[in-house]
Design a protein around this ligand. Sequence first.
Ligand code: ADP
Length: 244
Amino acid sequence: MGGREATMVLLDENGIRCDGRKIDETRKIMIKAGVLKNADGSAYIEFGDNKILVGIFGPRDVHPKHMSDTDTGILRVRYHMEPFSVTERKNPAPSRREIEISKVIKEALEPAVMLEKFPRTAVDVFIEVLQADGGTRCAALSAASVALADAGIPMRDMVAACASGKVADTIVLDVNNEEDQAGQADMPIGYMPNLKKITLLQLDGILTSDEFKKCVDVGINGCKIVYELQKKALTDKYFGNGSN
Ligand code: ADP
């Protein structure tokens, strides 16, 4: 971030970004619920060129037993990037980055899931990034919420996620990979629109306090766009065209 000189035009004189979007526009988003036969719940998301699959297993027994909690259920999240998901082959072993993102997504989902309803058990969230293009944690978090709902896990709300950021001194919605690399700031946000609560907020880069507030507002607007598509994925599966 920021370290490399931008060789491309990140924002032209008409306010159009390097991938043709306006500053307040997200990439194209498609979400589908219930795509894996063997999982208790699942979802697939395409968020621009990101392609991510999420499978939910549980609530189920915890092994080893001492990892369980008699008062509450536990959420376990594994975020994994396929070796072929990026241009240079990625080592399939869990990287520090994947371990961090797994933790961040787990903590972002926990406020939404009614874990107290299934003590002593675990719900496993497996996230497979098939193709990555910047913003995978937000796309994965959004898909994981849909997959949890698809599994029938009781939830207070779904977490919708989208990043905002600063590119060419301008606050923009949904930072892509080039903008993340050459831009000035990237702020992934996870938000529960019904409860109006933020469950994920990270910032890579430097912002003034006014820019920070604007980034939060812009990011939350992006989350609201994602939320509508999450609900649509579920209604399409359960009340929709019957293709599932
Ligand atoms: P996020 O995907 O949530 O934006 P990062 O900011 O850490 O997370 O990563 C930005 C992007 O960098 C990823 O979406 C991916 O396109 C790319 N990337 C991450 N890890 C690798 C890697 N090992 N090799 C090549 N590209 C990577």
